[in-house]
Design a protein around this ligand. Structure first.
Ligand SMILES: [Fe+2]
Length: 252
């Protein structure tokens, strides 16, 4: 097993070179992708140089944007490395849980100002698929696009599990576009560290860690952050928009 850190990789959007380079030069023990990979080839081919670094990922909203992208992720030889809705044990013993996708009003947008005052239209994919015209279903599920959507069943099943780290595409409540509901999930799971992508920023939320009861980290566009075995966090590759966005937003 490699002795280096776990790498958390913010939305690659089709670019993987920097991830492979970072994994090799840090001697990473594992590589975790935070969604919106949008690989230009099947994901296992994009990441083929990672021979000694086990890979896990969650899908993002854009990974279900086209039939081709869907196939490069869900049809890839790494498909079973999608940690959405489950907990896996990393080589260093830490338990990693995942929540891929995003909240969408057509299914569920948990906010009082949203459609149905935040109540879900469907609780499960199966329920959604049943009301989806047969020709619009995708591999027995709802429309392909909704493979990148969060359903209440995803939260419900994760809430029964315990983990050390949760990776999600959506952000917890500290973020201005995040969801307090995810804070409840993180706490229910006993998670100590929540890492997310999607927003292409890496805001400093350390001021609320004590109140919210867990550490939260955003990894920006094509950023790579490392969690070293001694617990320290390092920005290996800053997100491409991190500096610009840190000045625009304030997390409270
Ligand atoms: Fe995204």
């Amino acid at each position: 097993m490699n002795s280096g850190p776990i790498l958390f990789c913010g939305d690659p959007h089709g670019v993987f070179r920097h991830i492979i380079a970072a994994a090799h030069h840090t001697n990473a023990s594992a590589v975790v992708l935070l969604g919106d990979m949008e690989p230009q080839r099947p994901l296992h081919l994009e990441l083929a140089p990672l021979i000694e670094q086990p890979v896990w990922f969650i899908h993002g909203n854009h990974d279900a944007d086209s039939d081709e992208l869907w196939m490069r992720i869900w049809g890839s030889e790494l498909a079973d490395r999608n940690v959405h809705g489950k907990v896996v044990e990393l080589p260093n013993g830490l338990r990693l849980a995942g929540l891929g996708g995003v909240f969408r009003e057509a299914v569920w947008y948990p906010s009082a100002s949203a459609a149905r005052e935040g109540a879900p239209a469907f609780r499960t994919r199966e329920e959604h698929a049943r009301t989806t015209p047969r020709q619009d279903r995708w591999h027995g599920g709802p429309h392909r696009r909704h493979w990148g959507t969060i359903y209440p069943e995803d939260i419900d099943s994760l809430a029964d599990l315990q983990a050390d780290i949760l990776v999600s595409h959506e952000a917890p409540g500290y973020h201005q576009n995040g969801f307090p509901l995810l804070d409840d999930l993180v706490r229910a799971m006993g998670v100590r560290l929540a890492v997310h992508g999607h927003h292409h920023d890496a805001l400093d939320s350390s001021g609320v860690w004590e109140v919210q009861g867990f550490e939260s980290r955003g990894v920006g566009l094509r950023g790579v952050n490392a969690l070293w075995p001694d617990g320290h966090w390092e920005v290996v590759v800053p997100g491409e928009l991190d500096a610009e966005r840190a000045g625009r937003y304030r997390s409270t």
